[in-house]
Design a protein around this ligand. Structure first.
Ligand code: G6P
Length: 616
């Protein structure tokens, strides 16, 4: 939901800011803009509807010099994506320029008050209200910029990561955070700002993650950044060293991040399990389960809160935790949970799942559960992000940065962590048979190799199948048990990037509605592996065929029966039933990817979506 970048130092700011915006484009891509303070022309603002590449064209031939600047890539909340509504926004005096990620909830009231004082507005955005308010306070009371920002932030309700520059002070950027992520990079005589560390790591690995209510005063003449809170109290921040390298955030020869991330899964799951799954010792060790053993093994109930793909991982987590740990589990959409007045007490453990660690609804659900006394466990990918910092403990999935907007490797990473967590707790509680436990440890350890085998065997075939089905306007995805959430996830992937309407259903529910949609036009993807419910799935396939539906089946390698019935099939390597999602998801990711490619869609930046949803 909007990406923000800033630079101040000795180099030319423009190329650094543009590169940074490109790295953050996954966060929003409907318009982009940049503000520079140049020696010749003073404050220069260039902005346009469209992507960062459009901004570059727009800025061609203009004065793009200057060693201080801020830049923004937008996912519209208030006001259409137009060049007027694009950031940066400049105050009426022409002195201040601001970029902002978040929502100012009371912007309408503030706007009316400012209008009454004679301030004219030029855009429909909540962000313009913020910069006008800051500048009004500054001029009216003749205050310095930091004080004006602090006073303004006291009046603002909502979420923000923002950076502001003053045309008359080209030595300073002021940045602040409330509920939206913000990172400061500390170089040698130069400083960087980013919504995450990806625009920064090329230049320095030293960063500070801002906390809520923090304000950073970044001055090119000072060695260090000063941090205060909105009450003007000094804040000491530890400078963290980050372990990201450039290749992790670049495409590495793949045409799209999404395809790269699908193919990375064998390696990313190895990283996820490294030091945790030890097949020689037949053991799964999670430090969180050692450190918080009492809270976890005595939990009376788990409540999983998440959104989107992470919620689908949660549905698999429920089955794993209930089966192996014998503890009841509820899975809630974080957006509903936070407003539902849930009954929670201190024997509940809330598991928050989030790739980005920044999803506003999931973060709010965590805060609510914390207030009600629950113990909070986070399952996140982005290191140092807000959710892991708000939880008591947790487990990073360690699959590396995920940049494609449609989540792929993060999903299998989340399911892997949920599997390890279930095994570790089940063993500690004594609710799992030791032979089954050992089989599962081995099965989990073998998954990356099986994924590799599967990717090699199915990639081309799925590419071919996808060409047949680009005509479809609807798709149905069916699965049962552990594969029911996989069906939901497959349907979501297709919707997100190809804009084909797709529904996921538990296969047996088909007869309660979706069967009415089946005709010779309707492709039905069914995960029909040889597991406990195989016979029932066979009947579902017969029912689809009897109505001339077109079946694309995911089948076990040795299953000739389903292969003969299906129009198209993909073979899955054998594994234990509860580990099947870690394989079955992959062909569905590829199917969505290739169908979207055949339809000429931008898979990495699907319309209207953003990777990190930091607004409600
Ligand atoms: C957005 C993304 C999805 C993601 C969801 C939750 O909608 O486009 O891919 O699953 O947010 O994000 P999180 O970072 O909390 O997992």
């Amino acid at each position: 939901m909007c990406g923000i970048v800033g630079y101040i130092g000795k180099r030319q700011a423009y190329p650094i800011l543009i590169k940074g915006l490109k790295r953050l484009e996954y966060r929003g891509y409907d318009s982009a803009g940049i503000a520079l303070i140049t020696e010749q022309s003073g404050l220069q603002v260039y902005k346009t509807k469209g992507k960062v590449a459009d901004l570059e064209k727009h800025a061609e031939g203009k004065d793009i010099s200057g060693t201080i600047g801020i830049a923004h890539t937008r996912w519209a909340t208030h006001g259409e994506p137009t060049s007027t509504n694009a950031h940066p926004h400049v105050s009426s005096t022409g002195r201040l320029a601001i970029i902002h990620n978040g929502i100012i909830e009371n912007y309408a009231v503030l706007k009316d008050q400012l209008k009454e004082k004679g301030i004219e507005f030029h855009s429909d955005t909540d962000t313009e209200v913020l910069v006008q308010l800051i500048d009004y306070i500054r001029t009216k009371k003749e205050l310095d910029l930091l004080t004006s920002v602090r006073i303004a932030l006291h009046q603002v309700i909502g979420a923000y990561a923002m950076a502001i520059i003053d045309k008359d002070n080209p030595d300073q950027i002021i940045a602040a955070r409330q509920s939206s992520p913000l990172v400061v990079g500390i170089g040698d005589g130069e400083f960087f700002l980013g919504s995450d560390a990806s625009p920064i790591i090329e230049y320095t690995n030293k960063v500070v993650y801002l906390d809520d209510q923090d304000i950073a005063v970044i001055d090119r003449n000072k060695e260090n950044v000063e941090f205060v809170n909105i009450h003007n109290e000094t804040i000491e921040h530890e400078i963290k060293k980050i372990n990201l390298n450039l290749s992790q955030i670049e495409k590495g020869g793949y045409p799209h991040f999404m395809l790269k991330e699908i193919f990375e899964q064998p390696e990313s799951l190895k990283d996820c399990m490294r030091g945790r799954v030890n097949v020689d010792l037949n053991n799964v060790v999670l430090s969180a389960v050692i450190d918080y053993r009492k809270e976890l093994i005595n939990a009376r109930r788990f409540i999983i809160v998440a959104c989107g793909t992470s919620w689908h991982a949660g549905l698999i987590g429920k089955q794993l935790l209930e089966n192996f740990c014998q503890i009841p589990v509820e899975v809630e959409y974080a957006s509903e949970f936070r407003y539902s007045n849930p009954v929670i007490n201190n024997q509940d453990v809330v598991i928050a799942i989030s790739q980005s660690g920044e999803t506003a609804d999931t973060l709010a659900a965590v805060e609510l559960a914390k207030k009600k006394g629950a113990f909070i466990f986070g399952i996140c990918n982005a290191i140092g992000s807000s959710i892991p910092r708000a939880t008591q403990t947790g487990c990073y999935i360690h699959v590396g940065p995920e940049i494609g907007v449609a989540s792929t490797k993060a999903f299998t990473g989340q399911v892997t962590v949920l599997t390890m967590l279930s095994l570790a707790i089940a063993k500690a509680r004594g609710t799992i048979d030791i032979r089954e436990y050992e089989e599962l440890v081995k099965g989990l350890n073998d998954i990356p190799e099986k994924q590799k085998e599967l990717l090699n065997s199915c990639n081309e075939k799925i590419h071919e199948i996808s060409k047949i089905f680009t005509y479809a306007r609807n798709f149905l995805y069916l699965g049962r048990g552990y594969n029911y959430p996989v069906a939901l996830e497959g349907a979501l992937k297709l919707k997100e990037i190809s804009y084909i309407h797709a529904e996921g259903y538990p296969a047996a529910e088909m007869k309660h509605g979706p069967i009415a949609l089946i005709d010779e036009e309707m492709p039905v993807v069914i995960i029909a592996t040889k597991n406990a419910l195989y016979d029932k799935l066979m009947s579902n396939i017969q029912e689809i065929k009897a109505r001339k539906g077109r079946v694309i089946a995911l089948v076990s390698e040795d299953d000739e029966k389903v292969k003969a019935l299906a129009d198209e099939y993909i073979e899955l390597p054998k594994t234990l039933e509860c580990l099947e999602p870690l394989l079955a998801t992959i062909p569905l990711q590829l199917l969505a990817y290739y169908i979207a490619i055949c339809k000429g869609k931008n898979v990495d930046q699907p319309r209207n979506l953003a990777k990190s949803v930091t607004v409600e």
